[in-house]
Design a binder for this molecule. Structure first.
Ligand SMILES: [Zn+2]
Length: 211
């Protein structure tokens, strides 16, 4: 078993696996937890392939999400107003709703873009020569923000429900469905990625190069 100076050993190197559901430590070759009966894997199976698949899906959907209309606003006596995410942010900004415009910009444009960029960085990262602490923090952060990214979908659903009378109506466009799909795909890509792979790579690299 390779050991590393100033570094704690891992469960895997001792031939054990940690059940993520109940915390039991069992031998690596056991596939079913004897305690809670959940499937055991020392690393998420096919983590990189699955993460890549969801990431590529989210990159493809990012374009229709931002280019297609998210809402159609119909007001009596007025032409139908068609809005994309960006045009609705600019509309809010020009009408003085700076805080709402900023929140929607951060949640709908910046956050998905940032998540995609971080996942691309993590997936294409070569064997780290130093402990991947920053990468782990970035991963934890995108994992945390995932659940707050649906704000745009909620705004459209709320507007559609509130502005529904004889004089005006708001209906969702294809862009909002593409946007929801981007959020879901990035959440799956994040969920499938196993950050321990980077620590394994770092460990392998360091074991090979330690004097
Ligand atoms: Zn268990």
């Amino acid at each position: 078993m390779p050991t590393l100076k100033n570094e704690p050993d891992t469960c895997r190197e001792y031939g054990f696996c940690n059940c993520l559901e109940c915390g039991a430590v069992v031998k690596k070759d056991i596939t079913l937890c004897p305690r809670c009966h959940s499937h055991l894997h020392s690393r998420k199976p096919k983590s990189l392939q699955k993460s890549w698949m969801f990431l590529i899906t989210s990159i493809i959907l990012f374009f229709p999400a931002n280019l297609l209309p998210i809402t159609y606003t119909r007001t009596i006596g007025q032409p139908v107003q068609v809005d994309t995410i960006m045009s609705s942010i600019l509309f809010l900004w020009h009408h003085g709703s700076y805080a709402v415009a900023s929140i929607i910009f951060v949640a709908s444009i910046f956050t998905p873009f940032f998540k995609i960029a971080v996942l691309l960085y993590l997936l294409t990262h070569p064997a780290p020569k130093r402990p991947p602490v920053i990468q782990t923090k970035l991963y934890r952060f995108i994992h945390f923000v995932g659940r707050w990214s649906m704000i745009d979908v909620f705004v459209v659903a709320l507007l559609g429900a509130l502005v529904q009378n004889n004089l005006a109506s708001i209906t969702p466009g294809a862009g909002i469905f593409a946007f929801a799909a981007v959020v879901v795909a990035t959440m799956f890509a994040t969920e499938q990625f196993d950050i321990r792979i980077l620590w394994d790579k770092y460990r392998d690299y360091s074991c090979k190069n330690q004097s």
